[in-house]
Design a binder for this molecule. Structure first.
Ligand code: ADP
Length: 261
């Protein structure tokens, strides 16, 4: 078979006859490669803040009489790096929980209006008045896991704030459509070049690493969004133009509309 690797087991069967069992290992090799990549990326991401913290600790131990103002600026930088590591580990744990098949989606009625208003307030706090953020609410409640859906929407809205310069506008729209409930998170920020769009939901994929770090990104946000949406049978559509802005649309299936009180 071309381009495929097969494992062949020879198993004794009914005295002398034998059967061959073949497994296609192309898929398992791919998964193995993804796992190796993930571990390499995660270690690299954690090593950077650790190196910074260790460096400052070494200075502190070698120069105990360091000027107070210098020492407090070192402490501040160490706290920032510690927080960065914490965000990374939390996002990695969230992803691994979402991927585990044993962990079923909890189905509960989600009060969408309450959730979206709460996310709006958080986004306004993050933006600190630098953006105009609005919510158009005209859709039904849905059923699903409220924690997971909140974290997916919150990731999209946080990204919109982070990747939109001052005075930009961010719109959240919740509506019903013939295909089912739909969420749109739209910004007029920096936008994304076409070549990157299909890779954005890969773990640790970032268009601009330094900007993502500056804005406290872990590079795992959209991977978390993707997994939450798969678990809720919803689809993500990303449309973007460099320098013009981005639109993230989430299409939920019709049967996501909550029926239980
Ligand atoms: P990060 O933590 O780096 O934001 P994400 O997985 O949330 O990681 O997003 C991956 C990358 O997609 C980001 O680093 C950024 O380059 C790009 N991106 C995501 N949302 C937007 C947006 N609204 N506008 C522009 N670029 C975005």
């Amino acid at each position: 078979v071309r381009d495929r690797k097969l494992i062949v087991h020879v198993i004794p069967f009914e005295n002398r006859r034998q059967i061959l069992v073949t497994h296609d290992i192309t898929e398992s090799e791919r998964i193995d490669m993804m796992r190796r990549d993930f571990i390499a990326n995660a270690s690299h991401e954690l090593r950077t803040p650790l190196t910074v913290i260790n460096g400052f600790l070494e200075i502190a131990s070698m120069q105990p009489d360091l000027e107070v103002s210098i020492r407090s600026s070192h402490v501040k930088l160490m706290v920032e790096q510690g927080e960065r590591m914490q965000r990374l580990v939390e996002d990695m744990l969230t992803l691994s929980r979402l991927e585990s098949t044993e962990f079923q989606v909890r189905s509960e009625r989600i009060d969408m209006e309450m959730m979206l208003r709460h996310i709006l307030q958080e986004a306004q706090a993050l933006s600190a008045g630098k953006h105009q953020i609005s919510l158009e609410f005209d859709g039904p409640d849905i059923s699903g896991s409220s924690d997971e859906i909140r974290s997916a929407i919150s990731n999209l809205v946080t990204n919109a704030v982070r990747y939109t310069p001052e005075h930009g506008a961010i719109k959240m729209i919740w509506k019903n459509s013939p295909q089912g409930p739909k969420l749109i998170v739209q910004d007029n920020g920096i936008g994304i070049n076409q070549e990157h769009i299909s890779r954005l939901t890969e773990r640790f994929y970032r268009v601009d690493k330094s900007r993502s770090r500056e804005t406290q990104g872990t590079g795992l946000g959209l991977a978390i969004v993707k997994h939450v949406l798969i678990r809720h049978d919803a689809q993500l559509l990303i449309e973007s133009h460099l320098g013009e802005g981005s639109k993230f649309s989430v299409q939920f299936p019709r049967n996501a509309v909550a029926t239980i009180e």
